[in-house]
Design a protein around this ligand. Structure first.
Ligand code: ADP
Length: 498
């Protein structure tokens, strides 16, 4: 009998670093390797990566984690890929060379192309057919920009030779030696040129942006066949069987398999995703509709909302105000007072996102008295992460017409126990913290593992282990505090307008 291969290799290609994580059948991390790569800021508002450096660091960490843990390619059952979403690469299919740097999701250079789409009244169409808004964040206008740049600056490149991909596609292309040009539904759903209802590239949007269909990758189920990594990379051939964008992978890694399940990732920003099942829900609060994953061609949808400044507000306490030395200290200081004593910090540093959508809002601190001290300030800033999460969760509940009783959480700031308890208190809901901190990579591993029968759904469902936070605040206090928060937010709105 053939011996079962004991590991899944997850490639987690993030915005600042490439990581590779080996998981065993018990969902345990066997090893992690990580390497940062260069960020390029050629102009104000522009952010680029070198696609070759992304590929080289990703390959390096994969080899590194195998070497450090003495794992051979023959012991790896499959590869799962998760990636920074929306970041756009265009390359020459024949040379395999990128024609321009990768334009990163944060890059704002295509704002004027988005304005053009809005002027042509395409925004309602984009909203309805792609689930997104006309924003430079998504890949579509970035592709248009690169194609335009190539036509002006690279007469040596034939337009017919070009290929487009998000980072997953770029890695698959390289791993398979240029044999597979594919993406998965989750990544496609972040391009603003993919129709999330027909599950095809959208002809009307392609025409509007002058993007030829032949440069686009084939779109596949997130758990399925994406070719085989060539033997020259890892020492033997390894099948690529799972692909998902980072936030969707985290939703899957959190095992939010059922409709109505929600996860929140607390990093620099917060990303909330709710599994809405087989029906896409169009938000009335400006949340995005996106594809959560697709398995055997069956698509599951999600609604997504993000908080712009979550952990970033803690960084501001550290770097801007110098009230703390490390993010970790925030808990120690916040614990020195029983509550924020009526102080509210609204970290609307760059405007307010969903559900307020006010780019003219700016941050504010309210409720200061002679008694207010540094600890209240720190505590109030921490609490702002929880209030902003409630704003989004309420919007989701309204959109989906569902009452959520549990929030699953992951990300750096979930290390803060005080924050997690306050989150549960202010929501009046259970907060379930993932035991495994690497939910994003785990999600990619699950998708790959399910596809080759390394795990079954039943096994994954039955094996959850979490830390729970239960609300202890009484309902009256919760409502009073939350109302005050909404009042503080109101006062921040429109600040930059005269
Ligand atoms: P990202 O992936 O966005 O870089 P991480 O998941 O690594 O984010 O989380 C880092 C963020 O979490 C930082 O913004 C940091 O300020 C915040 N953070 C980390 N530890 C804590 C903590 N103990 N309390 C509050 N915030 C924290």
């Amino acid at each position: 009998m053939k011996k079962e291969k004991p590991y899944i290799l997850a490639l987690d290609q993030g915005t600042t670093s490439s990581r590779a994580i080996l998981f065993d059948k018990n969902e345990h991390i066997v090893g992690i390797a990580q390497k940062e790569f260069t960020q390029y800021f050629p102009h104000q508002g522009w952010v680029e990566h070198d696609p070759l450096e992304i590929w080289q660091t990703q390959l390096w960490v994969a080899r590194q984690v195998m070497e450090e843990n003495q794992v051979e390619a023959t012991e790896i059952a499959a590869i799962g890929i998760t990636n920074q979403r929306e970041t756009t690469v265009v390359w020459d299919k024949f040379t395999g060379k990128p024609v321009y740097n990768a334009i990163v999701w944060q890059d704002k250079r295509t704002a004027s192309i988005c304005e053009m789409l809005k002027k042509r009244n395409l925004e309602p169409y984009i909203r309805k057919e792609t689930g997104l808004v006309a924003d430079s964040y998504f890949s579509g206008t970035k592709i248009a920009w690169i194609l335009d740049w190539v036509s002006l600056n690279r007469p040596d490149i034939k337009p017919n030779d070009l290929a487009f991909g998000t980072i997953d596609t770029w890695l698959i292309w390289n791993l398979t030696g240029g044999k597979v040009h594919a993406t998965d539904y989750t990544n496609a759903s972040r391009t603003m040129i993919f129709n999330i209802h027909t599950l095809m590239w959208d002809e009307k949007l392609l025409n509007s942006l002058s993007i030829p269909a032949h440069i686009l990758p084939e779109v596949k189920s997130s758990s399925g066949h994406f070719g085989v990594a060539e033997a020259k990379w890892l020492g033997d051939e390894v099948p690529i069987r799972g692909v998902a964008g980072d936030q969707q992978a985290a939703l899957f890694g959190q095992k939010c398999f059922e409709r109505g399940m929600v996860k929140n990732t607390y990093g620099t920003g917060c990303f909330l995703l709710m599994n809405t099942g087989e029906v896409p829900i169009v938000s009335k609060s400006g949340l995005l509709t996106t594809i959560a994953w697709a398995k055997n061609g069956k698509v599951i949808y999600a609604i997504e909302g993000s908080v712009f400044n979550a952990g970033a507000a803690i960084q501001w306490l550290r770097d801007g105000l110098k009230l703390i030395e490390t993010a970790h200290d925030s808990e120690y200081f916040a614990q020195k007072v029983p509550d924020s004593d009526g102080v509210y910090v609204v970290p609307a540093f760059s405007g307010l996102g969903a559900p307020y959508w006010d780019m003219y809002a700016r941050g504010g601190v309210f409720g200061i008295t002679r008694r207010t001290n540094k600890y209240h300030f720190i505590r109030a800033t921490l609490e702002s992460l929880a209030y902003q999460t409630r704003d989004l969760l309420e919007a989701m509940e309204k959109d989906a017409g569902m009452n959520i009783s549990v929030l699953r959480v992951d990300g750096g700031a979930t290390a803060n126990q005080l924050l997690m308890q306050f989150q549960s208190d202010i929501l009046g809901k259970t907060v379930e913290k993932a035991q495994n901190k690497e939910c994003t990579a785990l999600g990619a591993a699950f998708l790959a593992g399910l596809s080759i029968g390394f795990w079954t759904y039943e096994q994954l469902q039955s094996r959850s282990s979490f830390q729970f936070f239960q609300p202890t605040m009484n309902a009256e206090d919760r409502d009073t505090k939350y109302k005050k928060w909404r009042k503080a937010v109101e006062r921040c709105k429109g600040w930059e307008l005269d």
